[in-house]
Design a protein around this ligand. Structure first.
Ligand code: GLA
Length: 388
């Protein structure tokens, strides 16, 4: 696979609008002006789920929704952060970052991981739905990292945001979310190879628009929590399967290898990873050929694999996928870590309204909380920092 070594630098310029409100709230809250605003997007992953922590391939693109962090340096070593979403303000000493908990740990952990010589006042505001499997946490850590350390190389920002999540928050996630939040390109999905060294991880851009079709996300509102155990258990099972096969990671295994695993649970986990990597390659080709049916077929196959082999779906996500397919979707699948969150679907333009109403009708009949539809666009730009 060709590798894009000279990846363009991080940074896009936002319209003025959102900054004006953020600036005003910062002044009201902290009694002085912010120095900078960092911003980073949420993401959808077209395909390649639970492959990042198995040295495999992923194909995410950025959502138009983003998180913004306005910051100003403090003279002491405290982080004082206010969330426009929760209305809470938390003040935390950097030297005790390891004991910070809750949403503020993402912010304090990111700043501590960047090892600054002073603290910051931070105001965060986000359009990315939280707990929806759309990577609100990476949008937050990447926006904060860019705001407090705008001149550090992207590799350092990536390492700090991953450390914040893995060590300070305690969610053992694999890097997909932070990588796309920092490096997304408008109008494209990025093919990422987690089997490559960090410098070679960004393989290439893949067109994410499918003519005559729209990408939609449906937030099931079944909340998932990456730090609560299910995700870590899957990681441990994958590591056990790789150890049983004596490979570095499951992306080095073949289906013949999988057939040698005697433990049916480990075999199923490994089968998901091996087949999912193959589906990523299929979708890259299908997107380049603008072949909507082939894209959709791989998406739906991915859902079945995540449901049956990786066992990270849930009744609401299965129902979402089933209704969407009945209504003419080219394909649909759960996205993100699973155990709740959102489904992604590729809908022919003419079917969008009918399909989304059928989903709402189906959920209403079951007495379930109604999912929230979100137009996913075709790939927004990545994280950046703006002066204010
Ligand atoms: C979460 C994690 C990612 C990735 C996905 C599953 O979003 O943060 O690292 O493992 O789940 O593909």
């Amino acid at each position: 696979m060709p590798t894009l070594r000279a990846w363009p630098r991080v940074g896009t310029v936002l319209r003025q609008g959102p900054h004006v409100a953020l600036h005003r709230s910062f002044v009201e809250r902290f009694g002085r002006a912010p120095e900078r605003v960092g911003h980073a997007p949420g993401r959808v992953n077209v395909i390649g789920e639970h492959t990042d922590h198995n040295g495999g391939l992923c194909l995410p693109f950025a959502l138009p929704q983003r998180t913004r962090a306005a910051v100003a340096r403090r003279d002491d070593a405290t982080v004082r952060v206010h969330s426009a979403q929760t209305g809470e303000t938390v003040a935390w000493p950097l030297r005790d970052a390891a004991h910070c908990a809750g949403w503020a740990a993402y912010v304090v952990g990111t700043i501590a991981a960047l090892d600054p010589r002073h603290g910051f006042d931070v105001l965060v505001d986000s359009e990315v739905p939280v707990g929806a499997g759309l990577s609100s946490s990476a949008a937050l850590t990447c926006a904060v990292a860019l705001a407090v350390a705008p001149t550090r190389p992207p590799g350092e920002l990536l390492a700090a945001t991953m450390r914040a999540e893995n060590e300070f928050v305690g969610a053992p996630t694999g890097g997909l979310d932070q990588t796309i939040a920092l490096h997304a390109r408008a109008g494209a999905a990025l093919l990422l190879d987690f089997g490559a060294s960090p410098a070679d991880r960004l393989v290439r851009q893949v067109p994410s628009a499918v003519p005559g079709h729209e990408w939609w996300v449906l937030d099931s509102h079944v909340s998932h929590e990456l730090a609560d155990g299910g995700y870590a258990r899957r990681r441990a099972e994958c590591a056990a399967a790789a150890a049983a096969l004596a490979v570095d990671n499951l992306s080095r295994a073949t289906l013949d290898d999988v057939a040698r695993l005697t433990d049916p649970v480990l075999a199923a986990r490994a089968r998901h990873v091996v087949t999912e990597n193959a589906r990523v390659r299929q979708v890259v080709t299908a997107l380049e050929d603008a072949d909507a049916s082939a894209v959709g077929a791989a998406l739906t196959a991915s859902h079945l694999s995540l449901r049956d082999d990786f066992e990270v779906s849930c009744g609401e996500l299965d129902e979402l996928v089933a209704i969407l397919l009945e209504q003419g979707a080219r394909g649909a699948r759960m996205i993100g870590g699973g155990f709740g969150g959102s489904a992604l679907t590729l809908l022919p333009e003419a079917t969008v309204e009918v399909a989304l109403s059928a989903v709402l009708g189906g959920f209403r009949r079951r007495g379930w909380r109604l999912p929230t539809p979100l137009a996913a666009g075709i790939g927004a730009g990545g994280a950046g920092v703006d002066p204010v």
